[in-house]
Design a binder for this molecule. Structure first.
Ligand SMILES: [Zn+2]
Length: 497
């Protein structure tokens, strides 16, 4: 995501302050995902994956093979009937399992058509099937609920407000980091990916969109229209997009015939056209650096909202209208940032939230490189400024790969992490750096990858040059103080206060 350059809003959505995340651990919890005794007693799936930032996010004991989400959209800020059908496979002998689910009104859960017992505590929905699930067995959980599209949560960092964000005639969604659970019950962790089918009914004068491809539009019942989207590729729950409004769909074409379709509130089609038409140029520029765009289609969803945050929702980046109504330099920074995320964070997913620097650092790195070449600030000057502040950011926000939960989406994960990549490029040279980058997006395409994976891959790729890349990167990523910048012995770090 990106918050440049729209000013933060003066007022928060009122509901944000009222939401507290109360899923506290009550004692030692084992997050082991190994099965119970072979052929022995079924055991409960872990309530969380033990993420360093959000220990209860995601769940153990099963993997999701596909989500089918049914939304019977009515009107802005109006609760509506919803159903999530979760096709999954047990990865242990499973006595019960958890879904991440926040807010909403739960009605019933079935497993393979039989009523299941449920309990909710914080964001944990515990489902006990009528009979245990054998390891390796596919099963289908169906959750019916009333969705409340006014639910938001708040973070005091670049995320600001997340969840359902109402627009004048509908909604957009900001699931990052863990707000997908406000939209549907999920295995809500960035490392867990599954394809999603969306089936959204709306009044006939509205349009629904979601990640991926429109695979069906049919009339009825009554004055309603049913929209069906298939995400095509699996995605992390934090990258879900689902929007309803009076939209115009603007089709285009990218490099090699890549289908483009922007989703634009009717009144904003013309005012935002100039910058939206730059997407093919942005794709060509990034493909020259990184190789082919990793998905089947792309587009920009123009958010008719005053939340000044853009988000890299997979195949359909959400960009607030203000970002497309200002200067070209500012607009392109946001557009290139979210597009770069399609490679970094979307195609190559995060193994844990501590790996966020890989995603945001790369998005900012390419955003700044592009901007310098298209009328923006000097890349070197911005990196020199980030270098100067880096010890202070380490103290305030944690080293790039050692965030603390409240400081996850702070400046260290943006310019502070782009600086680590800048240092690596200075160390190994541009040709080797390009090889590392190409290798990363190729080797881990469609997978989740960690900071350790990046260090190991950079070491392997640069290894032929005889450089100790792990010994170079580790102090940059984890150390309490900022190492010297290769090639810039005159750069100084201000002391942290
Ligand atoms: Zn970002």
């Amino acid at each position: 995501m990106s918050t440049f350059p729209t000013p933060r809003r003066g007022a928060r959505l009122a509901l944000a302050a009222a939401v507290a995340v109360t899923a506290a651990l009550t004692g030692p919890v084992s997050y082991a995902t190994s099965p119970g005794p072979a052929d022995g007693e079924p055991t409960p799936g872990a309530p969380g994956l033990g993420d360093p930032m959000f220990p209860l996010d995601g769940n153990g004991g099963y993997r999701v093979d596909r989500y089918l989400l049914d939304f019977d959209w009515q009107a802005p800020r109006t609760p509506f009937a919803a159903k999530a059908t979760i096709k999954a496979t047990a990865t242990q002998h499973l006595s019960r399992f958890n879904l991440d689910f926040g807010g909403n009104t739960l009605h019933a859960v079935t497993v393979d058509g039989k009523a299941a017992t449920t309990s909710r505590e914080g964001d944990e929905l515990t489902v006990t099937p009528a009979a245990p699930l054998a390891k390796g067995r596919p099963f289908t959980a169906e959750v019916t609920y009333t969705a409340d599209p006014t639910q938001v949560r708040h973070r005091d960092d670049a995320i600001e407000t997340y969840g359902w964000i109402p627009t004048p005639d509908g909604t957009v969604v900001y699931p990052q980091p863990n707000g997908a659970r406000l939209i549907f019950p999920a295995n809500d962790h960035p490392s867990r990916r599954a394809p999603i089918t969306f089936r959204i009914t709306t009044p006939k004068d509205l349009t629904a969109v979601a990640n991926g491809k429109l695979v069906g539009k049919s009339a009825g019942p009554g004055d309603r229209v049913r929209w069906t989207y298939d995400s095509e590729q699996p995605l992390s729950t934090q990258l879900v997009q689902l929007a309803v409004g009076r939209f115009t769909l603007v089709d285009g074409e990218g490099p090699r015939g890549l289908p483009l379709r922007d989703v634009v509130p009717d009144a904003l089609v013309e005012p935002t056209a100039k910058y939206r038409k730059l997407t093919p140029d942005h794709l060509a520029w990034l493909e020259e650096k990184l190789g082919p765009y990793p998905f089947n289609r792309y587009g920009v969803l123009v958010g008719d909202t005053d939340l000044g945050v853009a988000l890299e929702t997979q195949t359909l980046s959400l960009v607030p209208k203000a970002d497309l109504l200002g200067t070209q330099v500012d607009a392109e920074r946001n557009l290139v940032h979210e597009l770069a995320h399609q490679w970094f964070g979307d195609s190559v997913a995060l193994a844990s939230w501590s790996d966020l620097w890989v995603s945001e650092g790369h998005a900012r790195f390419y955003e700044r490189m592009y901007s310098e070449q298209h009328g923006g600030d000097s890349f070197e000057a911005t990196m020199k400024a980030a270098y100067r502040a880096h010890d202070q950011w380490r103290r305030d926000f944690g080293a790039p790969a050692e965030p603390t939960e409240p400081n996850l989406f702070k400046r260290m994960r943006y310019d502070g992490s782009a600086l680590v990549l800048y240092a690596l490029r200075e160390k190994v040279g541009d040709a080797t750096f390009r090889k590392i980058e190409r290798s990363w997006v190729t080797r881990y395409r469609g997978k989740a990858a960690s900071t350790r994976d990046y260090i190991d891959l950079a070491t392997r790729v640069a290894g032929a040059d005889g450089k100790d890349i792990a010994g170079f990167l580790e102090p940059w990523l984890y150390g309490p103080t900022t190492p010297p910048m290769p090639g810039h012995p005159d750069w100084v770090v201000d002391p942290a206060t």
